[in-house]
Design a protein around this ligand. Sequence first.
Ligand code: SF4
Length: 695
Amino acid sequence: MTLALADELAIRTHCPYCAFQCGMVVGDGGDSVEGDPHFPVNNGQLCIKGWTSTTLLRHPDRLTEPLIRVNGELVPTDWDTALDAAAEAIRNTKATHGADAVGFFGSGALTNEKAYLLGKFARVAVGTANIDYNGRYCMASAAAAANRAFGIDRGLPFPVEDIAKADVVLLIGSNIAETMPPLLQWFEKQKQAGGRLAVIDPRKTPTARAADLFLPITPGSDLALANGLLYLAIEENLIQRKFIAERTWGFDAVRRSVLAYHPAHVERLTCIGEASLRKLVRWLGTSNSAMILSGRGPEQQSKGVDTATAFINLALALGLPGKPASGWGTLTGQGNGQGGREHGQKADQLPGYRLIDNPTHREHIAKIWDIEASTLPRKGKSAFELLDAMGTEGGIRTLFVMGSNVAVASPDAIRIEKRLASLDHLVVCDAFLNETTAHADVVLPVYQWAEEDGTLTNLEGRVIRRRRVARPPRGVRGDIDVLRELADRLGCVDKFAFQSPREVFDELRRATAGGVADYSGITYDRIEREDGVFWPCPGEEHPGTPRLFAERFLHADGKARFMAVEHRPAGEEPDSQYPFYFTTGRYKEHYNSGAQTRRVGALLKAKPLPIVQIHPAAARRHRVASGNAVTLESRRGRSEFHAEVTPEIRPDTLFAPFHWGGRDSANRLVGAALDPISRMPEFKISAVQIVGVSS
Ligand code: SF4
């Protein structure tokens, strides 16, 4: 379709999917879509998901009436009946089991306004501590590591344009060629300018194929590799002693702790030899500028926080953070994964990245919300723990889900499906039926991305506006309207009387003022004029903060923290019964649980099924040929995939995507070992065996 930029009906907005948040121009209510050539992040490029995203706006599966379960079946009903039923479920559960028995599950896909309002609704209208979101499955480990090292969690501390200026980029466990193809333009520019790219991954992904140095690591050993690189940086005198002395604390303990990570030991753990380690650390330590960028590979582990910390230690020792075109960063996954974790839908947080257990933070938010701080709940259960408590004695009896397909997206998916089925009440706000609504008692049909205004915060920390470009179908309402209507039924509509996202954003700005994630100087009009504003932005005259750390880190004393961390095994390592590592990831054609992209004809045609990658040596042993149906088993269940025999994966590792549910579900195999700090499930490492092969 041709660009309708000149068309007065064409509106600048942003893609519904990943955290790159490509700018796009949508015309004629969704009939034409083009990459926005003026948005400086994607410069007009889109991936196939962006190009096809408006397909969902007039999809025949679209929900246009509320549904309620009668005699085991979901049947259409009117809005009042559905909202009354949802409010009654909340009231009854609260009266019988207490407020904490009502759980809320949000999403990294929600706009900042909705994430903020959902957090406020859970704490003020219901009074429950138990609200968390699927971003816990995505960014929690990197966020925790950044907070303890730098005193702030902003995925990238610099704009993506800086990637093009870096002499060296190290990418760990991130396959951007498939997950965010338009981001590649900045890596291509970096390469054209003579820069080098190193990639660490158990698979030779399309991203790894473009690398100047590829390190095919043993799954779960990234931390040991980072400590090994720091060992060599010290040995080769590459560390920046002045920077360490003036801008950091804690290096001596880290220096002592990495003494054990000599190259032979590291090679045993990682399968990466000394020559590659030395080459990489010399690149990082002798170049004028170097970046260490992390993806979900090192983070979605039961030691994800410590693994991210080990790479931050390396970056700090080399003096990279705050230096031009240098530093450590993490590539956020979900569309609003960044903003979603800043505004209070996470169990331990209040808006502005305030902490729910901090008395000063509680006072500030209580004042904005016009309540007593003593009535604010404390920290609740993390995402998986909240879901695992469903239907249990003293656990969650009613769950309210907004924009998340937890039945597919959660680890140990069979267990979570059983838990969903054991709830007293499940209320889901969504635009389509999915594997989670299959268990719902009430389904509320809500607007999609292009049918309402709102702000999101991209992977750079740039707050952007996603504009309404299409009229919603008759019968559908916005999440903000749903929360207002429910608040009315729960007797507190005065605190939720918002009529538009802009009104919510104005309260959010006041709530975040003075917080780490300060949005108080950001307005809809500024975002419009400036193509987004980077937080922190503490005043309307403040220019925003595209680059962090040049002068100081965000701890009170301005210094960053080293933290000694040690390698430890995964929650589940391969053994004689389950001999393969199983690791998961994404296809470029699909997004997260696939609830949207599995409905787009062009995407489904390109990738109709999940395929498991198997190395030829493993395939020979198990008599697997490409195209065979393969059944994998872990200690939690079985799933079926079609096989692709490829040398581009390690012989001890199998890979499959997680976009499908039911018998095609990768997450049925995945275990529920959690990181002790971030409570991130270990999506990247499970132990499996091949139990069936058929042609
Ligand atoms: Fe851009 Fe991500 Fe959307 Fe693809 S999915 S068009 S990379 S925002």
